[in-house]
Ligand binder design. Structure first.
Ligand code: GMT
Length: 373
């Protein structure tokens, strides 16, 4: 199949899922055309059957807001026509599904071009609920030929909040369990924890919904009981408040802020525990990446996270903002080697048996085949 994929190419779960999906599909023999305003962060465009088409938004003095949605629609229609695409698959409803709908209408006199929208979370739970985007988000979901959601919870929320009746197919996020692998030795951890402290890791875009300051507070409670060091991978608006909190609590020497990282799989496997104290997660891709590396997540019981983590089995779940509970569970995992080994093995097993690429990618292929008809 020839598939056009559009996503936000910057740091964020939806762009990562879209990019990894394109790479996996190309490996399975499909021809993939990324149509985005910049090269997606995890995309190596030198690979066979992977193509990249940049969307240029020409500025003009009259445009206070350059019309990206229209430039994207034009590029989508052009690529679909000249590359003979079978389908446009867009990640994140706003504005990508509207652009795809326009491209489809532009090509309608010539040929059929089915569109598929994958909902990722904040496109529904934050942006889509905003008064200025609510009607267009609802419209875009109703107009897509196919809609998938990355968790049951997100599907339910979409149906309830927008009153959507159409079918929404749940396809959970996935991880490449040959790239995300455990590292029993954790020798590389010495670089960050030279005195043998156990490593904790947090990865995100440091937006308020991630509650990154909670990670610092958890670490501060943990180091009172056992030696530990926290790696903070990523960047965003809450990095400065987190750094400030580390200084306020006097734990700055126990935390390394790494900034944006391209090869998180090399970092995650050095850690003993992954912290994901989010206010909301429709899935929680970072936790899945941790689980594939045998790093049990300490996460919050929100959104689609319980579809991924079974509390007490392959990770721990707590209430949002319950620092004490998250700290206690972290200390337990850092100090009880038998429990850690068991949970680590279970976490890896969950990733492999339920969320590995060979389980999930065929589900997308099936949806594509149905839509292309
Ligand atoms: O979490 C973010 O802020 C980024 C956001 C995105 O769309 O890029 O992530 C969402 O999509 C990820 C990939 O499907 C999910 O793993 C995240 O749970 C989801 N984030 C939220 O629901 C807050």
């Amino acid at each position: 199949m020839k598939i056009g994929i559009t996503c936000y190419p910057t740091y964020g779960g939806s762009g990562i899922v879209a990019t990894e999906l394109g790479l996996e599909l190309a490996q399975r023999g499909h021809e993939i055309h990324f149509i985005t305003y910049a090269n997606p962060i995890r995309l190596d465009s030198g690979l066979p059957r992977i193509h990249y088409h940049e969307v240029e938004v020409t500025p003009y003095p009259l445009f206070q807001y350059p019309p990206y949605t229209l430039a994207l629609a034009s590029r989508m229609a052009e690529v679909a026509q000249y590359q003979n695409l079978d389908l446009l698959h867009v990640h994140y409803a706003i504005p990508h599904s509207i652009s795809a709908m326009l491209a489809k209408q532009m090509l309608a006199p010539v040929r059929r071009l089915p569109t598929l929208t994958t909902l990722h979370g904040t496109d529904i739970t934050l942006v889509g609920l905003d008064r200025s985007y609510f009607p267009i988000t609802k419209f875009s979901i109703e107009q897509s030929d196919g809609v998938t959601s990355i968790s049951q919870d997100l599907r339910q929320q979409t149906q309830e909040v927008f009153g959507i009746k159409r079918p929404i197919h749940v396809i959970h996020n996935f991880v490449n369990t040959e790239i995300y692998i455990p590292d029993e030795e954790k020798a590389g951890a010495r670089e960050y924890a030279p005195n043998g402290e156990k490593l904790l890791i947090h990865l995100s875009n440091f937006r308020p919904v991630k509650r990154v300051v909670d990670c610092v507070r958890i670490l501060a409670a943990v180091v009172k009981q056992t030696p530990a060091h926290l790696l903070m991978a990523g960047d965003g608006p809450d990095r400065w408040p987190a750094e400030q909190m580390a200084r306020d609590l006097g734990v700055e020497k126990h935390i390394t802020f790494l900034g944006k990282q391209d090869h998180v799989e090399r970092l995650i496997r050095l850690a003993h525990v992954l912290l994901m104290p989010s206010e909301m997660e429709s899935f929680g891709l970072a936790s899945l990446e941790g689980m594939a590396c045998g790093v049990p997540p300490i996460a919050t019981r929100v959104g689609g996270v319980p579809e991924l983590i079974t509390d007490g089995e392959d990770g721990f779940l707590s209430a949002v903002g319950d620092i004490e509970a998250q700290a206690v569970k972290t200390v337990t995992l850092l100090t009880d080697d038998v429990l850690h080994a068991r949970m680590s093995a279970r976490a890896r097993q969950t990733a492999v048996s339920r969320f590995a690429t060979d389980r999930i990618i065929p589900q997308y292929e099936e949806v594509y085949r149905e839509l292309i008809g």
